[in-house]
Design a protein around this ligand. Sequence first.
Ligand code: MG
Length: 164
Amino acid sequence: MTEFRIGQGYDVHQIREGLPMWLCGVRIPSETGFVAHSDGDVALHALCDAMLGALALGDIGHLFPDTDPAYKGISSILLLKEVALKARDMGYVPANIDITIALQAPKLAPHIMKMREEIARALDIDVSKVSVKATTTERLGFVGRGEGCEVWVVVLLEKIFLSN
Ligand code: MG
């Protein structure tokens, strides 16, 4: 019998001028980027939290403390791969992932396919299992004022390995 576990993740990062903007493992051409201890990939942080949530393994801040110099500037793809290893250790792989990014600017449409491919490659799953959607907030709230980026993720994990 197939066993499933569902998880949701949420993250916000502040936006500031002159910082790199990484989303879903893709460097987005932009004058602004995300304030962070790591590379600031707010989408991958939410994805890590969704997977950790599905497994009831805590959260990304617990696993990779931002007080630890080892994680300064680290690529969030590496964090995601580490979370994926934990999932596989428990017998789980993502059945599908759905990511929603709220960002006022720049437009993300040209980068969506690359984002899906980067995540699929990091998790060693088919790109058809990875959905990335982007929206503005019609200039409302902190996202609309360009002060931050907000991301929600839902992930379904499927048990494919036997464990006892
Ligand atoms: Mg974060």
